[in-house]
Design a protein around this ligand. Structure first.
Ligand code: 4AD
Ligand code: MG
Length: 457
């Protein structure tokens, strides 16, 4: 159907006097003796177009006036009778789809919890439409950021036989029927589709390293899968993952890219979604714009893990999980560091090797690895990254310490055999980023159909 977007014709004076067609859903209807008014939205912005119906001039199906009904209107654009912008004098109003009275999105504000039970309809609300317009703009900005700096865009496999993070949180991929009578795990997988145990990838990093150690700079942007049993407001079983990988780079280079990229993305969202961000500032997180402006213009802090632990140990009384050197940081610790201590985003670097992945570069102290997590107020970890171990012998030692099956990593080790280079990268959780820029507090509200423990609607 040929039609125009409401966001275009609403403000532009060039449309005044022109005959146009718009399509949308009914938000409100007001009736009087001679004229009636419909307000339509079409998802292209918050704005609604007022359609003026001269009841002497046109007739229409009363179903066209119900909240949520979908309609097409042909009419002439005129300057709004009241207020700014344009409205439409209808010549023809056509019903596209009826909307019965039990439509769950009613005018009164509904709770996010309720809307989560109707993921297929919640985008018809202002809040969710705004979230997903921001999501689209941010995704485009990610591609632009990397393209402008000559990073090549890679598509890494989603089905894999290696568990990148080594934490055993992979979903299995199998074609076996639920009933099998195998004697051993090996026998089970031998007869399975791939002939070995396979799963959904938790990260594209290992394959990203393959590409970076040939093309220089690459990034991936795709889904990652985690079967971790954490039913929190920050974890999904399926999330979107931005993973740049950079050859000839050491940890400080990785931090520089992470900080620059994040600021670029925030700036893009502020510039390209001003209405949405204003909406979130008013209705979701007071002070959001100020927060984002502040982050986009100030330097991120950098804190050694060992320093961070010293700071946290002094406050151990306030934490559910007390801290000591060697322990992994919990969200409560991360948030304390970024919200109370640094009051801005902070990279915590050089973690104990025992709590980080096998592939991270081992520092000269023999105790820590060149890892970096970026923590931000309100969320905690938003980015995890590191310099990679480029020395084959050291990498082998780390893998043996963890009891890993070396044969499964032959290709990964080859990268260290043939012209190894210092390199590193990081992963940004796209939904965590969206929570940060929209102020939405539950990760399930920034992805179309959230997948999490016991939830696959
Ligand atoms: O810290 P993670 O596990 O790091 C990696 O996967 C590395 N291979 C990345 C790399 O160096 N290329 O994950 C990176 C980020 C986290 O900081 C977090 O933002 C996000 O991915 N993330 C999740 N987001 C939503 N739900 C989950 N279950 C997530 N797990 C990680
Ligand atoms: Mg991490």
């Amino acid at each position: 159907m040929k039609h125009l977007d409401i966001c275009d014709i609403l403000k532009d004076p060039a449309y005044v006097g022109k005959e146009v067609v718009v399509c949308g859903w009914v938000k409100t209807f007001r009736d009087s003796a001679k004229v009636a008014f419909l307000e339509l939205f079409d998802g292209t912005s918050f704005a609604r177009l007022q359609v003026v119906l001269d009841k002497d001039a046109i007739s229409f199906d009363p179903e066209c006036t119900r909240l949520g009904a979908s309609v097409a209107v042909k009419g002439v654009v005129v300057k709004a009778f009241k207020g700014e912008g344009n409205e439409l004098n209808a010549q023809q109003l056509t019903l596209l789809g009826k909307c019965p009275g039990d439509f769950p999105i009613q005018k009164k504000r509904t709770t996010l919890e309720f809307l989560r039970t109707i993921p297929h309809l919640r985008l018809r609300t202002n809040t969710f439409a705004a979230v997903f317009r921001v999501r689209s703009v941010a995704a485009q900005a990610i591609h632009r950021y990397f393209a402008e700096r000559r990073y090549y865009y890679m598509n890494t496999p989603l089905i894999t036989a290696s568990d990148c993070e080594g934490a055993g949180e992979m979903f299995r991929v199998t074609t076996h029927p639920w009933k099998t009578d195998c004697k051993s795990e090996e026998e089970y997988y031998k007869n399975d589709f791939f002939g070995v145990k396979a799963g959904l990838s938790v990260s594209g990093q290992l394959e990203g390293e393959v590409a970076a150690t040939a093309l220089g700079r690459i990034y991936t942007f795709g889904p990652s899968f985690r079967a971790e049993n954490s039913n929190t407001t920050r974890h999904l079983a399926e999330f979107w993952h931005v993973e740049p990988e950079i050859a000839f780079a050491e940890l400080p280079d990785v931090l520089e890219v992470a900080e620059e990229m994040l600021k670029y993305l925030i700036r893009a969202v502020l510039n390209e979604c001003p209405e949405e961000i204003k909406f979130f500032d008013s209705f979701v997180e007071k002070g959001l714009i100020e927060k984002l402006e502040h982050v986009a213009t100030s330097d991120f802090a950098v804190l050694e893990y060992t320093e961070a632990v010293k700071i946290l140990e002094k406050e151990n009384k306030r934490f559910e999980f007390p801290v000591s050197w060697g322990c992994d940081l919990q969200t409560e610790h991360e948030r304390y560091l970024t919200e109370e201590v640094c009051k801005r985003p902070v990279f915590v670097i050089n973690y104990p090797k025992g709590i980080k992945s096998f592939y991270m570069k081992q520092n000269a102290d023999g105790k820590t690895v060149a890892a970096a997590d970026l923590l931000v107020p309100g969320i905690g970890e938003i980015i995890g990254g590191s310099e990679r171990e480029a020395d084959k012998e050291k990498l082998l030692a780390a893998m043996r310490e963890r009891g890993m099956d070396l044969s499964a990593y032959k290709q990964y080790l080859d990268l260290r055999t043939f012209g190894t280079v210092p390199h590193g990268g990081f992963g940004l959780g796209f939904e965590r980023f969206l929570m940060y820029v929209t102020g939405m507090e539950n990760i399930r509200d920034v992805i179309l159909f959230p997948r999490s423990v016991k939830n696959i609607m």
